[in-house]
Design a protein. Structure first.
Length: 128
């Protein structure tokens, strides 16, 4: 498992590139790593899982979403995109969307990185 975090200087989007088998503990560690960079607080994030295999089951997806909601920084990312290459990972990411639902953050799953980047760069929806 490998996860690298980079800030795209042109867009201001954080890109987390993941590879190998990723379990729930890997997800928690990666989230904590991201949250440990306060200068990135509130920025949109793309989790690129195209070279990874999500090694989790449905109950763990819910557990991870609850972990995120309970431990995220005071200013969470206003957009989180997940890009997957495998059908099973797409389904797991879509489940995360449902479990992660919160007014502070829009979450969407994509199969195309360019579409995810375009969405992440777009303005935030107002919550009136």
């Amino acid at each position: 498992m490998s996860i690298s975090l980079q800030l795209d200087p042109d867009s201001g989007v954080i890109v987390a590139t993941c590879s190998g088998d990723l379990g729930i503990d890997d997800g928690k560690a990666a989230a904590a790593d991201l949250w440990g960079k306060p200068e990135w607080s509130g920025r949109p994030v793309i989790w690129d899982f195209r070279q990874a295999r999500l090694n989790v089951h449905a109950p763990q997806v819910r557990q991870f979403a609850q972990f995120v909601l309970q431990h995220q920084p005071m200013t969470p990312p206003y957009k989180v995109a997940m890009v997957t290459g495998r059908d099973v990972d797409f389904g797991l990411a879509r489940m995360f969307e449902v479990f992660r639902e919160h007014p502070s953050t829009e979450v969407r799953t994509f199969r195309d990185f360019s579409e995810a980047m375009s969405w992440a760069r777009s303005p935030r929806k107002s919550h009136a």
